[in-house]
Ligand binder design. Structure first.
Ligand code: G
Ligand code: G
Ligand code: NA
Ligand code: MN
Length: 253
């Protein structure tokens, strides 16, 4: 059993680190960006999955300092890669609901970007549909993010509290089709229909679209036929630590 005190100590002792998963062009196969994913290596328990510790961090409120660390580390790493002369890429960072509800989050992100001297066009924030339930507050927050120059995507699209209303009204840039639909795209008729419909809707709404959880060539071919821009998944790579990501995917200009 993971306890709140383990999480707190883990943060103090620097037991967290980030892994990165590439986001690839469906048409050309080149890298378009990456998603940062938090990892915890507990000194006694070993690796603890985020599926376990993120909910606990949410409940205890520790997600706020943990999420701040994640944002800072993702920005810092992205800037380090740019300073090394690699072709600059946009890095996605997941936000949790508790973080998203902090009215001062945008201001805080703005300060981090200034301190690190990272151009906001190289940052994408991933939110989920459930965060837009409180429409007015979500709209205000997203507007602040857009004013900073950040990109915004809706993660796990299609699994949450789905209202098409916010697609019309919220200032978002991208839909990320949940991997549960993508994984069944060759076997389930309804999943194929859902993926192609989301992709086509995104095009009509002038939103970008990413398919998550792409694991084989057949799924990629399906996405290519649907003119889906971007794909992410084990076909290209699992999330990997920074050094490995750099060797595998980053190219000098
Ligand atoms: O990477 P993995 O499949 O183990 O992630 C499991 C879950 O944890 C996913 O839902 C993912 O979005 C979430 N997650 C990973 N990193 C972060 C993070 O930095 N912040 C938040 N809020 N969630 C994350
Ligand atoms: O909820 P979110 O979409 O942020 O979760 C991202 C997580 O999904 C990553 O941490 C990663 O472990 C997992 N993931 C990424 N690609 C694949 C894939 O191709 N197949 C499966 N099963 N999981 C994946
Ligand atoms: Na995500
Ligand atoms: Mn996702």
């Amino acid at each position: 059993l993971i306890l709140e005190s383990d999480l707190r100590k883990g943060l103090e002792r620097g037991e967290f680190y980030l892994e990165y998963q590439p986001k690839m062009s469906v048409e050309h196969g080149n890298i378009l960006g990456m998603e940062a994913l938090v990892r915890w290596n507990h000194p006694v328990r070993g690796p603890v999955s985020p599926g376990e510790f993120i909910p606990l961090a949410e409940e205890s409120g520790l997600i706020v300092p943990l999420g701040e660390w994640v944002l800072y580390e993702a920005f810092r790493q992205n800037k380090e890669w740019q300073n090394k002369g690699y072709d600059p890429l946009c890095m996605s960072v997941n936000l949790s609901i508790r973080q998203f509800r902090q009215p001062r989050l945008a201001e805080q992100i703005g300060r981090m970007l200034e301190e690190i001297d990272l151009d906001p066009q190289y940052v994408e924030l991933e939110i989920t549909e459930s965060m837009t339930v409180d429409k007015d507050a979500a709209f205000e927050q997203l507007k602040r993010f857009k004013q900073l120059g950040l990109h915004i995507s809706i993660d796990d699209f299609g699994t949450g509290y789905s209202s098409l209303h916010y697609l019309k009204n919220m200032p978002i840039d991208r839909l990320k089709i949940d991997r549960s639909f993508v994984s069944e795209v060759m076997s389930g008729q309804s999943d194929a229909a859902i993926v192609s419909t989301i992709t086509s809707m995104a095009h009509h709404l002038k939103l970008k679209v990413t398919a998550e959880g792409v694991e084989n060539e057949e799924q990629l071919e399906f996405l290519r036929n649907q003119h889906c821009h971007e794909a992410q998944g084990f076909l290209f790579s699992r999330p990997v630590p920074a050094g490995q990501f750099e060797r595998m995917f980053l190219k000098k200009l």
